[in-house]
Design a protein around this ligand. Structure first.
Ligand SMILES: Cc1ncc(COP(=O)(O)O)c(C=O)c1O
Length: 411
């Protein structure tokens, strides 16, 4: 189903504006290829479901996903009717109370998880804390090391360091593929490296962690909604991820936490807030955890962000993450073919997420100029230009336009 556009919405159709980007109708081989690939792209119609400012090639969905067109109307309803008219009745009548698990069940198939194993809430940072401390507690007292992805997004490292201090463990830097010894309690790894776009081998690393008797926590921020993850198929213990990148949930939309079904009963959260209590409204002084996914909750759910995310997930109706991955690989291949800068993102498809990172002198200034010319990516110090490819709303013409504008800026 195609959600209806919002009334009196400005024209944010995503169609390129008149002069912001180069004309691609120049008959060049790359322009012909882009047109052919766009014409054959089964996901191309989905672009109409999103708002992208006119004249913009939006390649920053690996940081903040684009707004699905129908979300503002839904939020208007949530605010005026559910909050305004129904008020507190909405916790029950509008399904607010159960939203963390209901939305978790919408995300579960996108990461290969069973219903009832994913809960939505809090930030990724907070969920890293919950998952990592629970992982260490699961591993037992005789293991005194926490291995952390040496290239991790900083927040995971900061949180892990604090978790280590609190649990009396020490941090050991880890590169996927390194040997894992008998002292390892838990291993925290990013599925896709935020800087280079490198995809790590989740099945192999998970198997190696388990062979060493340790527990794995995956950070899926850059893979959820971008590629198949297979949490259940690969026996992952714990996983966390954000929803504002490839799941388009909106700025600061709540993150998710996955706990493997057979670990749910022993999941020992370091943040046992009242909404994870078996009887939250019993107001008992003592804590008894709920069963299942609700045990991963902490406090009152952030309903407005959560319901924006739920609405945004409608764009996945009838869309498989496998199809998204297939297009992402062709798209990023094509972009790599169109650009002249050196890529730090591996060329091999099994090592590539859904972004392309290019090394570039004065990368900060170059990205500023790209954005001024309508190509929105981002910059990571000291010298990386990042371009995220969200197949739901990015096409091959966009990839070529971005490459050409980059060429002009560099020239
Ligand atoms: C890999 C990774 N982990 C964690 C985070 C931070 O998540 P949050 O701000 O939701 O805590 C990010 C943010 O971009 C990220 O890329």
């Amino acid at each position: 189903m195609k959600p209806a556009p919002v009334q009196s919405e400005p024209d944010l159709s995503g169609r390129p504006g008149p002069s912001a980007v180069p004309d691609l109708s120049d008959g060049s081989a790359l322009a012909r290829r882009a047109a052919e690939l766009d014409a054959a792209d089964e996901l191309a119609p989905l672009r109409e479901l999103f708002t992208v400012a006119p004249g913009t090639v939006y390649l920053d969905g690996n940081s903040l996903g684009a707004l699905p067109r129908h979300v503002p109307a839904r939020m208007q309803e949530v605010i005026t009717h559910e909050w305004g008219a129904l008020g507190i009745r909405s916790w029950e009548e509008s399904g607010w109370w159960t939203a963390p698990e209901r939305i978790g069940d919408r995300i579960a198939p996108l990461v290969g998880a069973a219903p009832g194993t994913v809960v939505v809430g809090d930030s990724t940072s907070v969920n890293v804390f919950k998952a990592l401390v629970a992982a260490v507690r699961t591993a037992g007292d005789d293991r005194d090391e926490i291995l952390v992805d040496a290239e991790t997004f900083p927040t995971d490292g900061y949180i892990a360091a604090s978790a280590a201090r609190m649990t009396g463990r020490r941090i050991v830097p880890y590169a996927p593929g390194d040997p894992i010894g008998p002292r390892t309690a838990a291993v925290l790894v990013n599925h896709v490296d935020y800087r280079t776009g490198r995809l790590h081998d989740l099945p192999a690393v998970t198997a190696a962690v388990h062979a060493a008797g340790a527990v794995v926590v995956w950070d899926l921020c850059h893979s959820a909604g971008a590629l198949p993850v297979g949490l259940a198929a690969h026996g992952v213990d714990f996983a966390v991820g954000c929803t504002y990148k490839y799941l388009n949930g909106g700025p600061g939309s709540p993150a998710f936490l996955y706990v493997r079904p057979d670990l749910q009963a022993s999941f020992d959260s370091p943040l046992p807030g009242w909404t994870s209590h078996v009887d939250p409204f019993g107001m008992e002084p003592g804590y008894t955890p709920a069963d299942g996914a609700p045990r991963g909750r902490v406090g009152t759910p952030d309903i407005l962000s959560m319901l924006a995310l739920e609405s945004a997930l409608d764009v996945w109706e009838g869309v498989s993450v496998e199809a998204v991955r297939a297009k992402s690989l062709v798209l990023t291949d094509f972009f790599l073919e169109c650009v002249s800068l050196g890529s730090v993102t591996p060329a091999a498809p099994e090592l590539r997420g859904s972004q392309v990172s290019l090394r570039c002198e004065n990368a900060g200034a170059v990205m500023k100029e790209l954005i001024a010319r309508g190509v929105v990516g981002d910059f990571r110090p000291p010298d990386i230009l990042r371009f995220g490819f969200t197949p739901l709303y990015v096409g091959f013409g966009d990839a070529l336009r971005a490459a050409r504008v980059l060429g002009e800026v560099l020239a």
